[in-house]
Design a protein around this ligand. Structure first.
Ligand SMILES: CSCCC(=O)/C(O)=C/O
Ligand SMILES: [Fe+2]
Ligand code: NI
Length: 182
């Protein structure tokens, strides 16, 4: 189940807010400029669908986002525990970074946690199947897919270069609980 936990950035043990209510998650995140929505595919998603099939199933929603926000390219990322570079990729996403464009992810399957470091707080967002999150450009954040990753997400980009991160060099992620998977 999707969840939001808010803490001060200096103390991950002090819980300022914890909720699994979708509307409350969306409201709190909207107050800091982050979009959170739950989507339903017009065509049901089944195991073993190709990336192409997934993009077709969500085409109306993708087109709507492209038209309203100007995103230019879209792809699908899938990561499972048999990925040969899973540990390396986990570490890369665990380093606090920013992007010069919005980070827009729609979880088709599985889950992962975004940690959004905004002003003096950290917003931990457990994203699950059917969750859309859009993190504004230049927001400091990191992501944990856990030691046995299992997710498939649609990614939308403004920049045709795709995923480009600017690492802050801050080791803040070490002070926060990791996602251990489901
Ligand atoms: C959920 S997609 C993989 C993570 C990613 O692209 C990113 O930038 C995390 O911060
Ligand atoms: Fe990112
Ligand atoms: Ni909980």
């Amino acid at each position: 189940m999707s969840a939001l936990t808010v803490t001060p950035d200096t103390n991950s043990q002090t819980i300022l807010q914890h909720t699994t209510d979708g509307a409350e998650i969306a409201k709190t995140l909207a107050s800091v400029g982050v979009r959170f929505e739950r989507w339903e595919a017009s065509t049901p998603i089944t195991d073993g669908m190709s990336h192409e099939d997934i993009l077709v199933a969500y085409d109306p929603e993708i087109q709507k986002l492209k038209d309203s926000e100007g995103y230019k390219t879209v792809d699908v990322i899938s990561l499972t525990s048999d990925h040969p570079q899973k540990d390396e990729l986990r570490q890369k996403f665990l380093s606090e970074h920013t992007h010069s464009e919005d980070e827009v992810r729609f979880f088709v399957a599985g889950e992962g946690v975004f940690y959004l470091h905004i002003e003096d707080k950290v917003y931990q967002v457990l994203c699950c199947k059917d969750d859309l999150i859009s993190v504004p450009d230049m927001t400091t954040h990191w992501f944990d897919m856990g030691p046995t990753p299992n997710f498939t997400a649609i990614r939308l980009f403004n920049d045709p270069a795709g995923w480009v991160a600017n690492f802050t060099g801050d080791a803040i992620a070490d002070q926060f609980p990791k996602f251990e998977g489901k």
